[in-house]
Design a protein around this ligand. Structure first.
Ligand code: HAM
Length: 411
């Protein structure tokens, strides 16, 4: 028996939940001026090495990377930002200037150890805004995330940090390296390795002993230059005045190397230990780094499966939808079949080809989660009528077939 690979899942029974999440995300993103973009799932490996960063776990340990038949090193995308930036540059939007905003959703691949809310193929919904320097855009990106989670009924804590810019970050990094070298003998192997490769990642080591030693580490928030500090303060003010609560977490560094200034995560403890459901930040150097003209960038991505896990525990019920159309006798099947085809021009219709008694039909309609039950029997046929039952409101009546469309439109 061939089974799905470890860490990869079929979305079947909770397909409605998946769709509901994507639809909600899209609606919010559209209101903020974002448009749809789709980029390939397979890209040249070097794209991720250069953007996500050689020292990140994603590139170092988790990439689905292989040689294609022409010997090119390719990789299933571990995240969406790099591909969108590649497309942005390839289509010369960096040279055109102006502000562009994109949203996307689809599969991402990371060879991680699977557990609840952590898969090897998972889905993200993400947004990326190019060409906007204003910190109001950072706030908008966070507000989009907050609004999506609010509409989905997901409770979470927003953590924000500033990672500084190319002036203050290197100075801070050196200060941190000096500190880490002093406590090196007590740190775990991963942290010791990271002092060389990516010292700020040491700050979010999960090891309790390391965290104890890190209590007195210098913090980026205390080492920002004036511009970064003022922007970070302004970001907090915008969020506060628009009703968004947050915690400043100076140890929030994110697992991808391309961030500068704003970094943020919405974390939830509804899927076991605290885990990020949505994360993002600013990446003002990435377009240039991948060969484009310097262009500001800011965005986020959320994990669809993580949200599905949370919403499922709240017994989210798919709202009833569509029509179940049936007959009580075989001789009316042709009639309901033709009627169903007409209705399908405007409505979702399930036609039953089998004559059954009313109770059985009602049960089938309920199982299919239909909203409207329509049925023709001897009496209805004789009177040019149809039996109409709204399974949400329980409204139950006979209506003239010729008035059916009108009744359905108003439900
Ligand atoms: P990320 O934090 O690596 O950021 O991933 C975003 C979200 O994807 C996470 O918060 C989490 O919900 C979900 N996720 C990550 N890994 C897994 C996994 N193995 N299984 C299930 N869900 C997972 C990024 O990917 C950036 N590209 C976000 C971004 C966009 N930054 C700027 N623009």
């Amino acid at each position: 028996m061939i089974q799905a690979l470890r860490g990869m899942k079929d979305i079947i029974d909770d397909g409605y939940l998946y769709k509901h999440i994507i639809k909600t995300c899209e609606n919010v993103a559209l209101n903020f001026g974002y448009t749809f973009i789709e980029t390939p799932k397979l890209e040249e490996t070097s794209l991720f090495r250069r953007s996500v960063g050689e020292s990140s776990d994603i590139v170092g340990k988790e990439m689905y990377e292989f040689l294609d038949k022409s010997g090119t090193s390719v990789c299933l995308r571990p995240e969406g930002t790099a591909g969108v930036v590649r497309a942005f540059i390839e289509h010369k939007f960096d040279r055109a200037g102006g502000v562009r905003r994109y949203f996307y959703h689809g599969s991402m691949f990371r060879y991680e150890r699977p557990q609840k809310g952590r898969l090897r193929e998972f889905h993200q919904f993400g947004i990326e805004c190019f060409g906007e320097e204003s910190v109001y855009e950072d706030a908008s990106v966070i507000l989009i995330g907050a609004e999506i989670l609010r509409r989905l009924g997901v409770k979470s804590t927003l953590k924000i940090n500033s990672l500084g810019d190319s002036e203050c970050m290197p100075k801070y990094r050196q200060k941190l390296v000096n500190f880490l070298n002093d406590i090196k003998s007590g740190l775990c192997d991963d942290c010791v390795r990271r002092i060389e490769t990516n010292p700020i990642r040491v700050l979010d080591c999960k090891n309790e002993h390391c965290q104890n030693l890190l209590k007195t580490a210098p913090l980026i928030t205390e080492n920002l230059n004036d511009v970064c500090e003022a922007e970070f303060k302004k970001l907090g003010e915008i969020l506060k005045s628009n009703g968004i609560n947050f915690e400043v977490d100076p140890k929030l560094v994110r697992g991808l190397d391309y961030y500068c200034k704003t970094a943020f995560e919405f974390v939830s403890d509804e899927i076991g230990s605290q885990s990020a459901v949505l994360g993002g930040g600013r990446y003002d150097k990435l377009v240039e780094y991948l060969g484009g003209k310097p262009t500001y960038g800011v965005g986020f991505a959320l994990g669809v499966e993580r949200l599905m896990e949370i919403i499922k525990t709240k017994e989210f019920k798919n709202p009833r939808d569509g029509i179940y159309l049936c007959a009580l006798d075989d001789k009316f099947i042709d009639e309901i079949y033709s009627l169903g085809l007409k209705l399908r021009k405007n409505f979702k219709v399930e036609i039953s080809y089998e004559a059954k008694n009313p109770a059985k039909h009602l049960k089938s309609a309920d199982n299919l989660n239909a909203e409207i039950f329509l049925c023709i029997g001897e009496e209805e046929h004789k009177n040019g009528e149809i039996w109409y039952k709204n399974l949400t409101t329980s409204s139950d009546k006979k209506i003239k077939i010729k008035e059916l469309k009108e009744v359905l439109d108003v439900k």
